[in-house]
Design a binder for this molecule. Structure first.
Ligand code: UDP
Length: 243
């Protein structure tokens, strides 16, 4: 069972390492009931402080992990350390590997047209035995939303990866979780682009130094305005932690 929740600026995180997070996910699938998994970074915490709906979803999610070094630093600074960072893309990969080993069905939702399909082809190659029961790009209209959800429910996956961008994907999952009936739905941001080979992850040494965010910024300068949330996050944590 998961341990006590640790809050970082009011957002509750579960103190699990990668292995623990995967154990939770395995348990969720076995239980069969719908569960929402969130990988939250400082940007998401700052967004939730301004967006009550998002905050409520994070508070109610069955598993919220620390996506990145910023959250791990904050938790330590606040005197309630988390075991380690659990990057979303790595947790998604581990869940796919678990699915391949156990014959769990997977559905990929999100990304530009063609991305989820390409990701599926590459993932099946990487995880032999992986059963992807459907893909859907992330640029459908609000009018098509119910139809998209119905198609996913009909495919009856055990694991649904949703890459519609931070916040949007969490709300989408929350809106549809009961009707979908999928045991594990997880927001994965741009991970489908990574799995499709469209976006490269930072080299291991960059990740080890905790500089993956900087690498992503160099590759995608359009992220700069959103990254301004990071210094605000640091200041809020320092203020809350005190001297
Ligand atoms: N995306 C989508 N539908 C939308 C908006 C975004 O499918 O309406 C996808 C986009 O193609 C990309 C992902 O959502 O694959 C967001 O990626 P980003 O790296 O910006 O992730 P974030 O940091 O926002 O989670």
């Amino acid at each position: 069972m998961r341990g006590k929740e640790i809050t970082v600026l009011k957002v509750p995180f579960h103190p699990v390492d990668m292995e623990g997070a995967l154990e939770e996910i395995a348990g969720f699938i076995i239980s069969g009931r719908p569960h929402q998994v969130v990988t939250a970074n400082p940007e998401m915490v700052m967004a939730a402080l301004k967006d009550g709906e998002l905050m409520q979803i994070l508070t109610g999610a069955e598993l919220v992990v620390a996506d990145g070094i910023g959250i791990v630093w904050a938790a330590r600074r606040l005197g309630t350390p988390l075991p380690e960072r659990v990057p979303g893309v790595e947790l998604a990969a581990a869940a796919l590997s678990l699915a391949a080993e156990n014959g769990y069905r997977v559905y990929l939702l999100g990304g530009a047209p063609g991305v989820a399909a390409k990701a599926a082809r590459r993932l099946v190659h990487r995880y032999p035995g992986l059963e992807v029961v459907g893909v859907q790009h992330g640029y459908f209209t609000p009018g098509e939303e119910e139809e998209v959800a119905a198609r996913i429910a009909a495919a009856s996956p055990h694991l649904l990866l949703v890459g519609l961008g931070m916040g949007k994907q969490e709300k989408w999952i929350h809106r549809h979780r009961q009707s979908l009936g999928v045991p594990v739905s997880m927001g994965v941001g741009g991970s489908l682009d990574v799995f499709a080979g469209r976006v490269r992850r930072a080299p291991a040494w960059v990740c080890r130094l905790g500089l993956e965010w900087f690498y992503r910024l160099l590759l995608q300068p359009r992220r700069l305005p959103r990254m301004l949330a990071l210094p605000k996050f640091v200041l809020r944590v320092l203020r809350e932690a005190g001297p």
